[in-house]
Design a protein around this ligand. Sequence first.
Ligand code: AMP
Ligand code: FE
Ligand code: FE
Ligand code: ZN
Length: 275
Amino acid sequence: MDGKADLHMHSTYSDGALSPGDVIVKAKEAGLQTISITDHDSVGGLEETLALGKQYEIEVVPGVELSATLNDHEIHILGYFMDHHNKVLLDSLAGFREERMRRAERIVNKLNKMNIPLSMESVLANVGSDCVGRPHIANALVNEGHAEDYHQAFRKYIGDGKPAFEKKNCFSPEATVRLISDAGGLSFLAHPGKSVSEEFLIQLINAGLDGIEVVHPSHTFNLVQYYRGIVSEYCLLESGGSDFHGGKKGDDNILGQYTIPTAAVEMMRHRLFSN
Ligand code: AMP
Ligand code: FE
Ligand code: FE
Ligand code: ZN
């Protein structure tokens, strides 16, 4: 019988609240058979997650979530099954994390200019590893009493287009897809419903995507049907998951609710080995 797979979640190696071990325990409780921890710009937790997967008898697909710039707009690309020892991949990820650090400094500077005395130290105190993101800045803003809650921090200050927002400098979608495929992996456009019009979607498919993240909490039922149609029209693969961040954003009970059948993961493997 088909099991359930959730191929999008985060750990303390990026902006998730839980360690890979705690994520796996939750995934097991939620009845998931296959998972992928897709930390932003980091495969630092992967070795540990693969070992824990064996221990808890959960299949772990190596994963990562990368940011790319399309027409001055940030999109996210999920990489699966890549070789996480690939040198070019590891060097690029380290570079992306450095840019995240520089960008966090740019955001903190903007906040300081707005008379919000937030320090980089208080931001970094929230970071579990070496991959800083806006969620860590949001937590610091809340902890220091500058925002009432996590979501307000985004709405008031650091959400897209808000006064203290700063872009990250990212690769193009083509270069991002190539980075993943050169490391032997497959690339999927993450949560297109959040960020991508149909015109851009076709542009991205032409950039060499292997598939689309069809199932995601930000997608309505109709949107899921729509992306499933695109997947079949362009002979792409389907992915999906919860984008679980470990309860940080009120997503405590999300595991098990946004899944794809394990047969979809098998189709990814077929695509990999038939290339
Ligand atoms: P970053 O990669 O540093 O730009 O941070 C992006 C992450 O911040 C996303 O993966 C979300 O988890 C979170 N995020 C972005 N915008 C919002 C928002 N408006 N409200 C809550 N969380 C957000
Ligand atoms: Fe995130
Ligand atoms: Fe994302
Ligand atoms: Zn994510």
